[in-house]
Unconditional design. Structure first.
Length: 303
């Protein structure tokens, strides 16, 4: 019988097993000694996220107008109205663009649309309004990267539709109703807003507020309008009242100023409008009041 071990495989020796275990152990120790690289956290953004309403309100392009935010409460006001980034928003008489510089960038970033229904110009137009509209266009249509493609239209005594009928999600009347009452076009403003809005669309109103115990001047010469009168104008146009906010209230404003609401900041008249400034007029009382007491109302066009 052959004792040959040919074809057999000898088992590993103790030394071989120990050597293998040591190698594994050393490899593990080496791995443990290495520090794993961890991903660095992304740098914190400077300011609010781009495209947010906070970003639009905080924008550096608003450097000259931010000083009035404490009195005008843009963030709270626009949130109360229910502003969303994809909306089509029409602002009647945007003036120099205090709200435009918030609304236009916000809507441009959010794939929305901003429509500026400015003063109606043409033969017989107020030269100051013509100049203001020219400055507005120069400022806001030459920087499409920031403000997007602003749609320009007009509102006035004989103006047509402010935008394509039934396409707006929101219309804003920001402290202009008294001027339309003086011009005899307040009812037209509400009718034009109704035509522009889609069913369910929002009409947001901010207006200098007359006390309910005070008599309403039909021409609102002092700039103040009763809240009940604004609600009546809206109801007559077909709007449903939704809510009121005291965001822009100012109990210090007693509405009894010598040059009307324009005695207060930011206009700060010291003499009747159209007259030279009066350097001896004591402004301290009116500057201490601050900006006017204002109603802030939300209406809806029924579905």
């Amino acid at each position: 019988m052959s004792n040959s071990r040919q074809g057999w495989r000898l088992p590993l020796s103790r030394r071989d097993v120990l050597s293998g275990a040591a190698a594994v152990s050393l490899t593990g120790l080496a791995a443990c000694g290495r520090k794993e690289k961890t991903a660095e956290p992304p740098p914190a953004p400077d300011g609010p996220p781009k495209g947010s309403l906070e970003w639009a309100v905080a924008g550096p392009w608003r450097a000259q107008d931010k000083i009035r935010d404490a009195a005008r409460h843009p963030m709270e006001t626009l949130r109360f109205f229910g502003l969303q980034p994809r909306m089509t928003v029409v602002e009647f008489w945007p003036g120099s663009g205090w709200w435009t510089e918030i609304l236009a960038p916000y809507l441009a970033e959010g794939a929305g649309k901003y429509v500026a229904a400015g003063f109606q110009t043409g033969p017989g137009a107020d030269p100051s309004q013509v100049a203001l509209m020219a400055a507005f266009q120069q400022r806001f249509t030459n920087d499409r990267r920031l403000y997007g493609e602003i749609e320009l239209s007009a509102f006035g005594p004989t103006s047509g539709p402010v935008t394509l009928a039934g396409t707006a999600d929101m219309v804003l009347f920001m402290r202009n109703i008294h001027a339309w009452m003086a011009a005899g076009i307040a009812e037209k403003a509400f009718a034009d807003a109704w035509a522009a809005l889609r069913p369910g669309g929002v009409l947001g109103v901010e207006q200098h507020r007359l006390g309910p115990e005070q008599d309403q001047d039909p021409a609102a010469a002092n700039g103040y309008v009763q809240e009940a009168f604004v609600k009546q104008l809206a109801a007559e146009a077909g709007f449903v009242f939704v809510a009121a906010s005291e965001i822009n209230a100012n109990e210090r404003d007693k509405k009894d100023h010598p040059f009307g609401v324009d005695t207060l900041p930011p206009v700060s008249l010291t003499a009747p409008r159209g007259s030279p400034p009066n350097p001896t007029f004591d402004r301290s009382k009116y500057d201490a009041i601050g900006e006017s007491d204002r109603m802030t109302l939300r209406f809806r066009k029924p579905e």
